[in-house]
Design a protein around this ligand. Sequence first.
Ligand SMILES: *Cc1c(COP(=O)(O)O)cnc(C)c1O
Length: 393
Amino acid sequence: MMESAAINTELVCRLVRDVMRQPEAELPLHNPVFGANAETYVTQCVRTGWVSSVGKFVDRFEEDLAEYTGARRAIAVVNGTAALHVAQLLCGVRQGDEVLIPSLTFVATANSVAYCNAIPHFIDVSPLTLGVDPVKLGDYLDEIADFEAGVCINRKTGNPIRGLIGMHTFGHPFAIDEIKLVCQKYNLKFIEDAAESIGSFYKGQHTGVLSDIGIVSFNGNKTITTGGGGAILTNDEELANRAKHLTTTGKTPHPFRYIHDVVAYNYRMPNINAALGCSQLEDIEPLIASKRAIAERYIAAFTGVSGCGIFVEPKDCRSNYWLNAVVLDRNLAWQLNDIVESLHRAGIFARPAWELLHGLEMFKDCPRTDLSNSLDLGQRILNLPSTPNLSRV
Ligand SMILES: *Cc1c(COP(=O)(O)O)cnc(C)c1O
């Protein structure tokens, strides 16, 4: 057998350019890709003047999303963060409650907990999925949880633990079945932050529709985009109706009077963004085929490299491979910053994973479990450019 080359900056540079078939051009981490109808639909909005809060594209986008994801209902909103905020309000998250979330996630997951005046309670991830570790979670709750009138209480803080938000990291589904069992045992509301996982399926079902309520994001750097946007997904009609009401200023139906029956939010997705979304959903399957082809090439390229591994979709899942991730061996973790800096100098916009949220100033006093897997993985992950290419799958 040939001796495999050890990971270094030049090698990563060359492999990324080979995989992305871009010998010279700059390689952003993830760019949007638009099909033919993007311009047609957006132009229709501009020509008819229906660019804002009224128009047919929002209804169509919600119907198309429900159909694609298999969710009974989809509610389009201004961004994924707003969707997370409302998802928690709908689950009854209140001031002083704790909500379990991974520390290895984008800051929006924790911010949205804080918007409810609730407290993020950080839990660890599994190296197998990069999502919440069900075994560690179960053991931890066995240790800290009490029940009072059916509500799970953190014995150490005395606060109710109202729910858990799992996150499908880089588009890879986490262990939904196992986490769901833990949530049932402790009577926790279960929310999926599927912001990164549109087009990812767990045992044949779309992510975001396997819990009480899920959310997706259509930010510009996600797999498909509406410019800015997000959606709430649920199979519960009543929750869906309340979601629509809370995200559209709580206005009661009336042809001309403005009657609002609750303090609500202006989180509705504008029609012009939904127009873009409709065109993106038409193209999503070829787009994901392209992303999966890129992932296959990355996996083939990095399998022969020593000193690192490359993340592969979990068993029984179809991942959208939003961002491909190389994981450096522990003894090489110290090289991560140098590699990212050199790649940037070469026009390749790779990046490390997010700073762990429990270390950020505003969350540093929040409760947490042992976070050894997050601490370990957080300093070894290298996300590589993963923009799909519709013309060259
Ligand atoms: C992108 C993202 C969000 C937020 O979505 P926005 O549409 O940017 O508000 C939330 N959670 C995770 C994990 C994300 O990656």
